[in-house]
Ligand binder design. Structure first.
Ligand SMILES: O=C(O)CCC(=O)C(=O)O
Ligand SMILES: [Fe+2]
Length: 365
């Protein structure tokens, strides 16, 4: 078992090669149903560009007191620095163990006079002083923009994979709730390797990871762990719980962890957690429980559209109940299964930002 590498360039090319776009959407669909993990390659993000993104982790080379001056606990949105010794690190806080890593979190800013509706998850970052890290802020702001561009390309692929209009997700991501987190995981010179990031699922929509050394591991359906070391010129992508919820549990948000098993190499990563606009409504999409055969794609798309519009169940025999749920005015607070046959689940609609806020609250308190 290995994770696929999906090349997104057919979506950025004009004129479109329809067959290549269809193959790309099918590859994304398959990966999202299997593990929700894949590597992506985007034409305007070269290996050199990814190296430049990772160069932001030079922040960790600042003297400890300069990093402590940016402590995340000073920030209402918990943005800034988390130290190896004192910070709150754990993605799995309930087990009381601390993760062996430093991190630095940035998010989307918004000027006080911005005319858009307020978003509780937009706000000021803590920036390292320019005299200590010249150009760092400009590079970090550019990185946010670049990664958002790649995430939007991926969203278009996902929308096509789900047989939705191509702008289904991008139209909900004009000014998304997003965070960029830099990590530094120390090596393990002796003894059992320390846990860098406890096993967890991501709570949001899409996660894009640039990494310079092995360490991240993905839980496979049989319970074993698959290492996902860096592939030059690619980003590792995984779907979070919001994506799983959106697709009625058909697409997977899979557990993963980080363990730096190297005795000598420090691992750095740059992780872009991309969600949707704070007010974007996430309503379960009608997704066939089983993938349509590639050459039957057009037929399946037609069936999916019809099922969504009429609120019925159709397609390749899989239950497609999201339309039904919407027509019935929503479902009970708990998830409900579409029939007893183990078809896609249906969740009540929720605003993306509220969902993330709730989940991050759980992660960080
Ligand atoms: O550092 C990484 O590669 C991934 C970290 C991670 O899974 C997370 O912070 O959610
Ligand atoms: Fe994660």
């Amino acid at each position: 078992m290995s994770l696929p590498v999906v090349v997104l360039s057919p979506l950025a090319q004009e004129p479109r090669d329809g067959a290549a776009v269809k193959r790309l959407a099918a590859a994304v669909d398959r990966a999202c149903r299997e593990t929700g993990f894949l590597f992506i390659k985007a034409a305007d993000l070269s290996e050199h560009d990814i190296g430049q993104l990772l160069a932001l982790t030079r922040l960790f080379e600042l003297p400890q007191e300069a990093k402590d001056a940016l402590d995340a606990t000073q920030s209402p949105l918990f943005r800034g620095y988390n130290s190896l010794q004192h910070g709150k690190h754990s993605c799995t806080p309930e087990d009381g163990q601390r993760d062996a890593k430093e991190s630095f979190t940035l998010g989307m800013e918004r000027a006080a006079d911005d005319p858009r509706p307020a978003s509780p998850m937009h706000g000021p970052n803590q920036w390292p002083p320019a005299q200590l890290l010249p150009d760092w802020r400009e590079e970090a702001e550019a990185a946010l923009g670049r990664l958002l561009g790649v995430a939007r390309l991926l969203m278009r692929a996902l929308a096509l994979a789900l047989r939705q209009p191509e702008d289904f997700f991008t139209s909900k991501c004009a000014d998304p709730v997003a965070q960029l987190v830099l990590f530094r995981y120390p090596p393990t010179p002796a003894g059992p390797p320390a846990r860098g990031c406890g096993e967890h699922t991501d709570c949001g929509f899409l996660t894009l990871v640039a990494q310079d050394a092995p360490g991240i591991e993905v839980r496979l359906p049989d319970g074993s762990w698959l290492a996902a070391p860096p592939i030059p010129g690619t980003l590792l992508v995984n779907l979070g719980d919001l994506a799983q919820r959106w697709t009625g549990d058909v697409y997977r948000s899979t557990e993963h962890r980080v363990v730096n098993r190297s005795p000598a190499t420090t691992r750095h990563s740059l992780v872009f957690f991309c969600n949707c606009d704070f007010d974007a409504l996430v309503e379960t999409i009608a997704v066939p429980a089983t993938a349509a055969a590639e050459d039957a794609g057009a037929d399946a798309a037609g069936a999916a559209g019809a099922a969504g519009a009429s609120g019925g169940a159709a397609g390749d025999g899989a239950a497609m109940a999201a339309g039904t749920a919407a027509a019935a005015g929503g479902v009970a607070a708990a998830r409900s299964k579409a029939g007893d046959g183990g078809g896609p689940a249906v969740y009540p609609p929720i605003k993306a930002g509220e969902y993330i806020l709730q989940r991050l609250g759980l992660m960080h308190v």
